[in-house]
Design a protein around this ligand. Structure first.
Ligand SMILES: Nc1ncnc2c1ncn2[C@@H]1O[C@H](COP(=O)(O)OP(=O)(O)OP(=O)(O)O)[C@@H](O)[C@H]1O
Ligand SMILES: [Mg+2]
Length: 504
């Protein structure tokens, strides 16, 4: 009897394979980073073949780490960086271009042109729940079709496939050119600007606006069902693949935010707050996205409101890799602790424009409030505070949309080991911040989706009972200081607007 479930977490910076037992504990994990390719300012790409090689290597590594074989694994789930866009040839399995990453802003001009067809940024909001923005997949597909030589003709002949990373990994794991299955789930599809949120099917008229042939698009299945079996020669050979959730929805599921009004915030490359709104599709009046939270088999679709923040943990990486101010991410906390406050400095990391709640592709990053007094400690603190402030902005938007103020915030992801940041987060929000015992909620959520489909877990109650609190931070900043700091932040944000003109 197979006693474990595996999850492949194909993230923005790395690919992980994790193996979980029935209580949701991590039994084994293996991880490989892939190259971040920056061909020019605002462009971000990944090599999809490197990612597939890392997927194979980490699957083998995780199994070996726990001395398990494929026979010990009841099911595999896949979770992935969302929106990142790949087009490949169905007969050779070769990508026609690097994957264009969600942070990439090259489609700036395309979204302007689509908006000019009528409706501006809100053109597809009713149908897709999304504003027109560089973030989403559809315009990235259009860019590849328009700009890579010969590709449009091959696409129109039916030779090319589109997928986000879930689809790419799953197609390869199920055989690739030799019978690979071309599917996705509604959480990923809801980030393309091409899916109708009510019917969970592709909207042909939007695809036509973007000049995307329907034959490229994967079949949309639920988030939890058996799609196929892994090819025999893989380390995980012969195991059903039975769950797909975009990384942020997976984390929401893994955090057991399974009832209306429950929310989580994941602190990774960027930050993503998701609020479960149940079977109601709540349209935001305050700059949030409406998105699919999950669809378990034939059950009703569950929706979420989402506040997406493009740059949080990656600002720490930028301080480390580009400015070389710190040698590891963990070191930032030591420097931040050498000072009492930010010394008046604020860093607004609008590297990919600003996502929620602003959706300004014309914004670029700014450091403001500098004086001769400001030192390295202040800047390190300002980097961490940027994450806390940006979170406050999307939580304010969420409270306004839902009418019910959030009382506690469940958190997870790589940055939540940072005690100073977590305390600042509680302070600037004025609510308790709670971290679970299993912080790998993204992989765990995908494992749950797969395990539910094959009966390894019986119901969502298993997920609720596996969740346990590890640590909690309570607000201690006085109200007047909190609001003064937040006002300064808001002013700093306005300094980033209108920087890029005419897409240059
Ligand atoms: N001690 C720390 N303090 C602050 N930030 C940290 C710390 N440790 C890690 N980080 C940041 O956390 C991020 C990594 O988080 P995590 O591992 O959740 O991301 P990820 O899941 O790999 O991201 P993705 O899925 O997008 O690839 C990095 O951006 C890193 O800079
Ligand atoms: Mg991740």
């Amino acid at each position: 009897m197979a006693s474990y479930v595996a999850a492949i977490d194909q993230g923005t910076t790395s690919t992980r394979t994790m193996i979980f037992d029935h209580s949701g504990q991590v039994v084994a994990s293996d991880q490989r980073e892939h190259k971040q390719i920056f061909p020019k300012a605002g462009w971000v790409e990944h090599d999809a073949e490197e990612i597939w090689a890392n997927t194979r290597a980490t699957a083998a590594g995780a199994l070996a780490g726990a001395d398990l074989t494929a026979g010990d694994i009841a099911a595999v789930g896949i979770t992935n960086q969302r929106e990142t866009t790949l087009v490949w040839d169905r007969r050779t399995g070769k990508p026609v271009y690097n994957a264009i990453v969600w942070q990439d802003t090259r489609t700036d001009r395309i979204i302007g042109e689509l908006g000019a067809l009528g409706g501006g940024q809100e053109r597809y909001r009713d149908r897709t729940g999304l504003p027109l923005a560089t973030y989403f997949s559809g315009p990235k597909i259009k860019w590849i079709l328009d700009n890579v030589e010969g590709v449009r003709e091959r696409a129109e002949n039916g030779d090319l496939l589109f997928g986000n990373m879930d689809t790419w990994v799953l197609w390869n794991m199920t055989g690739g050119v030799d019978g690979g299955i071309h599917v996705t789930d509604p959480t990923n599809a809801s980030r393309t600007l091409l899916m109708d949120l009510d019917t969970l099917s592709w909207d042909e008229s939007i695809a036509a606006d973007m000049g995307i042939p329907m034959s490229m698009l994967p079949e949309i299945r639920s988030s939890s069902e058996t799609y196929g079996t892994t090819r025999e020669r893989g380390a995980l050979g012969g195991v059903p693949i039975a769950g797909i959730l975009g990384d942020q929805q997976a984390a929401t599921f893994g955090q057991a935010c399974l009832s209306v009004g429950e929310a989580k915030n994941t602190y990774g490359t960027g930050n993503f707050v998701l609020l479960n709104t149940g079977t109601d599709k709540v349209m935001s009046q305050n700059g949030l996205l409406t998105t699919v939270c999950y669809k378990i088999g034939s059950k009703d679709t569950v929706y979420a409101l989402e506040g997406s923040i493009a740059v949080t943990g990656s600002l720490v990486q930028w301080l480390r890799d580009n400015l070389k101010m710190i040698s590891s991410a963990a070191e930032i906390e030591e420097h931040a602790r050498t000072v009492e406050d930010n010394g008046g400095a604020y860093i607004v990391p609008a590297f990919s424009g600003l996502f929620a709640p602003y959706w300004r592709s014309d914004a670029r990053g700014a450091v403001v409030g500098l004086t001769r007094y400001v030192n390295k400690g202040h800047l390190c603190r300002a980097v961490l505070e940027a994450t806390g402030f940006q979170t406050r902005e999307v939580i304010d938007a969420m409270n306004a949309d839902s009418g019910v103020p959030l009382k506690t915030l469940k958190v997870d992801g790589g940055m939540v080991v940072n005690d100073l940041l977590m305390q600042f987060q509680a302070d600037i929000l004025g609510v308790s911040v709670i971290r679970p015992k299993v912080n790998e909620t993204t992989a765990l959520g995908a494992a749950y989706a797969a395990g539910l489909a094959v009966g390894f877990w019986e119901s969502e109650d298993d997920i609720r009972s596996n969740w346990a609190e590890d640590r909690r931070w309570e607000p201690s900043m006085d109200e007047s200081r909190r609001e003064r700091e937040y006002r300064n932040w808001k002013k700093a944000v306005t300094r980033t607007f209108d920087w890029v003109e005419d897409g240059d």
